[in-house]
Design a protein around this ligand. Structure first.
Ligand SMILES: [Zn+2]
Length: 105
């Protein structure tokens, strides 16, 4: 089952990370790593995120690698190259994990 996440659920209006449960914190770290990797390589069709599948939650044992791509503007899709885990991330643009802003044209 795909995990649909909205980055706004993890941050306050000032863009700071909310007080999260340990489980939510793991998920957020996982998601923010994907956003960092993807936004730095936004021109690539598929980005290898330097992240193991099992960093999503404590009980997971999959050591597959996470891949991510930007399907449409503002929508990131990620999946594990080993198991069926996958998900989407929205509302990540303009957050402090969006590295696109640092690029000057
Ligand atoms: Zn996996």
């Amino acid at each position: 089952m795909a995990l649909a996440t909205d980055l706004r659920h993890f941050i306050d209006e000032a863009g700071n990370v909310l007080e999260l449960t340990d489980q939510a914190k793991m998920v957020f770290v996982f998601l923010s790593e994907i956003v960092l990797a993807l936004s730095e390589n936004i021109e690539q069709p598929l980005v290898n995120v330097n992240l193991k599948c099992n960093t999503r939650a404590k009980q997971l044992s999959c050591i597959g690698e996470i891949k991510a791509k930007s399907i449409t503007l503002g929508l990131i899709e990620w999946h594990c190259d080993t198991c069926q885990a996958c998900g989407t991330i929205t509302h990540w643009q303009g957050t402090r994990w969006d590295k696109q802003q640092r690029v000057l044209h």
